[in-house]
Design a protein around this ligand. Sequence first.
Ligand code: AMP
Ligand code: MG
Length: 405
Amino acid sequence: MISYEEAKKLVLENVVILGKEKISLDKAWGRVAALPVKSKIAVPPFRNSAVDGYAVRSQDTAESQGIVRLKLLAEQPAGEYFRKKLGKGQTLKVMTGAPVPAGADAVVPREEVEERDGWIVIRREIKKGENVREAGEDVQKGQKIIAPGTLLRTPHLGLLAACGCHQVTVYRKPRVAVLITGNELCQPGQPLKPGKIYDSNSTTLKALLRSSGVEIVSLRLVKDNLKTLMAAMKKASEKSDLIITSGGVSVGDYDLVKEAAQKLGAKQIFWKVAQKPAKPLAFYALKKGRRTVWIFGLPGNPGAVMISFEEYVRPFIKKISGRSDFLPEEIEARLTQPVKKKRGRLNFLRVKLNKSDQGWLATPCGPQESGIISSLTKTEGLALIPAEADFLEAGSPVKVHLVEW
Ligand code: AMP
Ligand code: MG
């Protein structure tokens, strides 16, 4: 049995980032940038008005001690370009986003101006730069706008579009195959026969994977039978980067995932981690020519599945996807209750989080056994109770990993 720290290191040091592909911006939400992007243009590309109003020379209003009349030359909607330079005593009516003409250095909002018969009246001094958006004030030409490893979200896509990019180079999505083992499983929606339970791991794994930005290439239910499991695993390895199995990885008579993986030639990187839940967690590398297919053997208990996914599988997926921020977000919190446990295994304690004057407070949120699902609905974080601890008093500081499920 290895420690949590050692297991996590083995998972993350084995990562080989997947290849790159160029895709259209429309498909890029949730993908990870693989190359830096520099803007080819300044944004905004030209000096323009921040309001509907009148472009003026601020010095004209400074010289007039309060009231100034200016000659209105023309009107300029957004999208058009006024070629003449504004001279002394002149103004140009501009709409929001319209270029501010040469000569002008400020825009007076329409609400502050009286316009009549081709003239306008302004009743205050206008300062240089008022309501003018300078060229490049958002992004300068040549500025780096996206760093490789960035998860592309809506604002990143908006920024790329504003800079005129219609494509972006991203890392390929990891392809994931899921194998759900267990003769006792029955699908939700079907009548429950004696001795059977509903399969919840298929549902939770699909949801966890969807929020990880992978392509789920297959999800199969497999009986606890070595031949069937080997055949399913072999098939899954043909088109995936990662296989996730659920159940059958412990020491029971029908726990056949380890044997199946090894018989197919997978190398065991580890099996069994000093942690609770998910002690029987296993990790393998299966060579397929020049490719490696990674296999996570997750225990069958629903709590163990979700917790080991957050602690190991999600960081692994983020890292092979090229993400630079692949670790769970970690905060320091204080326990609001004492915690008792056996020495020897790190415990992932399901907690709710509250902010106080002294920082974050972590409160255990119900039963913690690995088969329990209900308390997971209230879980906001997993407090790491160290392996060597057997008692932590209320107020003890703990590290908490925020869950993304
Ligand atoms: P195993 O790791 O296969 O020994 O399973 C451990 C526990 O998790 C057993 O009580 C199983 O019945 C339960 N279990 C296994 N697979 C699932 C599943 N897909 N959904 C819900 N519970 C499961
Ligand atoms: Mg089983």
